[in-house]
Design a protein around this ligand. Sequence first.
Ligand code: NZQ
Ligand code: ZN
Length: 403
Amino acid sequence: MRRKQARGCSFSREGRAPGLLCAMQAARYPTKVYFGKGAAKTHLPGILEAYGPNVLLAYGGGSIQKNGVYEELTGLLKAAGKVVTEFSGIMSNPTYAKVLEGARLARENQIDLILAVGGGSVIDCCKIVAAQAVEDVDLWDLEMVQHKAPAKTPIPLGAVVTASGTGAEMNGGAVITNEDARIKGGMFSAAPRFAILDPEYTMTLPRMQVLSGAFDTLSHAMETYFGRSDQDNVSDEVALSVMCSTVVNMRTLLQDINDYTARSNLMWTSAMAENGILKVGRRTDFECHQIEHQLGAYTDCNHGQGLAVLHPVYYRHIVENAPEKFARMGKTVFGAEGAAAAVDALAAFIRECGLPTQLSQLRSKVEITPELLRQVADSTNLLPNGYKQLTHDEVYEILMECL
Ligand code: NZQ
Ligand code: ZN
């Protein structure tokens, strides 16, 4: 079944004014960021004083138990006298079933603070856990079917970032997969109240995840910049700077994946790209994200890697609709001359990083066939703010060109 056209930005939900949502979010973000080596040890004890005794410590598949982050954080929580309930096993591309499990735990244990320790998946899952735990209604139904916002104040949430790229730690959107509905879609809650960004915590992240996360950051800046807005304002300049910085630091990591300064820079560009600042006064595109999210709903592929496959093909479909904008990006970020060359330079950069360039190179839980891609295309949100309004058939063409 084809999905109705939606409006908005990366976390699109129907019925909101295009562009406005992003600008309004930028004005409302309350996340206090503690950045730098040793940030948890230095700041968490003081932060914890503001919250009640019961803490839900949420994490993924176990990386934090191998790299010492779990030990450090549980030590700090114990020293602060907190009663810790663990919520573990949050998977990449978190499911709505996992959200419901976390919400149950939070209710049963009268949780005062949720501490989400991980990348975008753990943080996103916990945002909706925080909101669902205090609501009597089913939030998927409320947000995704009825298109209404939750009314109650969620449980306070803090994020400790161990994998950067999504910028999830500084916004209120969450991307959740409903396996029954086969939809990976944007839901909303409050942004984390605080975020601890210690680049040291990311140093054990595998090379491919570092690069795919960084590509996600690049994608966020591009998706914002390529929104159809006629005004030329400072947001474009900031977006281009974020793109340049991301590319420079990714190239440093290609030489030495353990370069601390580059990882640290990427951790901040990641937050900058998706905390709303770039979107002030802008309409944003995010159609490529919509396609990737549905691809993820069907295949469970890695988010940044799915974007790497899709972006050049998507941009070849829209480049003629915004030649000046593409040429400006190509020249500023890659030193390329002309609009088509900008897309070629982006594709060459993706190859240089060793990121996937075809769907067949993605990790997928099912075989990726033309029939499957038809379903992905038909269930993709079509957003109105890019330089070209896509149809479901054109989404299918794009996906088939990625095979
Ligand atoms: O689960 P564990 O064992 O922790 O392993 C994770 C996971 O396998 C591992 N990892 C994380 N920190 C590590 C580490 N491994 C070793 N050392 C560390 N320090 O990394 C793997 C990937 O983690 P995940 O959180 O899934 O990756 P990412 O941060 O890329 O998040 C992806 C999710 O975020 C959504 C995506 O759609 C996807 O579901 N997004 C969220 C956004 C937002 N809220 O603003 C915007 C994005 O566009 C995106 O859609
Ligand atoms: Zn993304």
